[in-house]
Ligand binder design. Structure first.
Ligand code: SAM
Ligand code: SF4
Ligand code: SF4
Length: 374
């Protein structure tokens, strides 16, 4: 069956209906793409909605009251997500991250966590299940998520100064409530907690040292993320990117750091520890140091499209298979076929262009991070 390109009714993103191979090979727990990269990490977006309007992700001028978020019927149900997750796990996925939009806005998320927590790798090991959240609802939900089988959380927090934080989230949300969410999550054992700070030069880089100071000795791992040219709405400019090397320099000047090895192949963060034993920090240098070579991540959008790269402009419509008359064996073979044909290495290609360049070809069509999940 040849691949077809079908524009969505709202013309948001084109998508492909996956090809079902004639031979339905059974999964063997390992799939390689065209560059030999295995499929290990699945990020599942459970909603495209969010109660924040971080300007680097969902700028309020675009994501306003006229913006057409996906209708409820478009979303994958928990049963559909779990069915796909089981298929991905059989192909080698070991880690599942729930994301969005803001995943804690999805009603009864703990039910999904409970369903996913029952899955096992082909070797019979439990999955590593985690969630990325802005923590606005975490204080309320941490205990039920933990009880459902969630192991840990990553919290996004872009500063400690209340005025800076309210400006970053653009909905006047107070930083104290996020800190409370982190505290409760720690108390119920959703650990180790990672804290992600997106750094925008001139907007919140003054918060780097206060954040480092605050989270030393806390048992959390603070990670600084370079502001990326993801999506097509955030007005990205290279001069607003603060290279991670400068973040490390600033921290090292006050609190000496030593580099440490990656935990595993494909880890996105480069890790450092405080020489005085106060814990660990990391940097994710997606702009200045591309790490496509080990990229083992796939993303499932809120409505069931599979994206092979954060910067892709087209997904593969697995929901069409889920809601069509296809067996697990057919969906599994189609998924393998998609991954095995993967060539994506956007950040490396962009790095080869002159500085200050976002990729010219797909900019206006690239999917938003709130839709495919970070
Ligand atoms: N709402 C949740 C949150 O903020 O944690 C989960 C979804 S959010 C899209 C996932 C991650 O993407 C967050 O850590 C966020 O900071 C990051 N992110 C979004 N847009 C970004 C950009 N332009 N550059 C770098 N990181 C970005
Ligand atoms: Fe919402 Fe997360 Fe995007 Fe901020 S980064 S707008 S919290 S989805
Ligand atoms: Fe992976 Fe695409 Fe990011 Fe490269 S640019 S690391 S391929 S998601």
């Amino acid at each position: 069956m040849p691949e077809k390109i079908i524009p969505l009714a709202d013309l948001r993103y084109a998508s492909r209906v996956p090809h079902i191979p004639e031979r339905l090979n059974a999964p063997v727990g390992l799939l390689g793409d065209t560059l030999g990269r295995p499929l290990r990490d699945l990020r599942i977006s459970v909603t495209d909605r969010c109660n924040f309007r971080c300007s680097y992700c969902m700028p309020s001028e675009v994501f306003n009251k006229d913006y057409a978020f996906l209708p409820q019927t478009s979303l994958l149900s928990f049963e559909e997500i779990t069915r796909l997750a089981r298929i991905f796990v059989a192909h080698g996925v070991e880690k599942i991250r729930l994301t969005g939009g803001e995943p804690l806005l999805r009603k009864h998320l703990e039910v999904l966590v409970e369903m996913l927590a029952k899955l096992q790798t082909p070797e019979g090991k439990p999955l590593d299940i985690t969630l990325t959240t802005n923590a606005s609802l975490l204080a309320k939900k941490a205990q039920s998520l933990k009880d459902a089988g969630l192991q840990r959380v990553t919290v996004s927090l872009d500063g400690l100064d209340d005025a800076v934080f309210r400006r970053m989230n653009d909905v006047d949300f107070p930083v104290a409530d996020v800190l409370k969410g982190i505290e409760v999550a720690q108390k119920v054992g959703l650990a180790p907690i990672k804290i992600n700070m997106v750094v925008k030069r001139g907007t919140n880089d003054s918060e780097i040292l206060p954040m480092a100071r605050y989270f030393r000795h806390s048992g959390t791992v603070l990670r600084f993320i370079e502001y990326m040219d993801v999506g097509a709405t955030n007005g990205w400019r290279m001069d607003e990117v603060l290279p991670s090397a400068q973040v490390i320099e600033r921290i090292h000047a006050e609190f000496p750091l030593e580099v440490i090895d990656a935990n595993y192949l494909g880890e996105t963060a480069q890790r450092w520890r405080y020489a005085d034993g106060a814990g660990e920090v990391g940097v994710i240098s997606s702009v200045t140091q591309a790490f496509c070579g080990d990229c083992n991540r796939a993303r499932l959008s809120t409505e069931g499209k599979l994206f092979l790269c954060l910067f892709a402009s087209q997904g593969h419509d697995l929901r069409a298979l889920l809601r069509g008359d296809y067996s697990d064996a057919q969906i599994s073979a189609a998924t393998a076929h998609i991954w095995q044909a993967r060539t994506d290495r956007y950040s490396e290609q962009r790095a080869a262009l002159p500085a200050d360049t976002s990729m010219p070809d797909s900019g206006s069509k690239r999917v938003e991070m709130s839709y495919i999940g970070g």
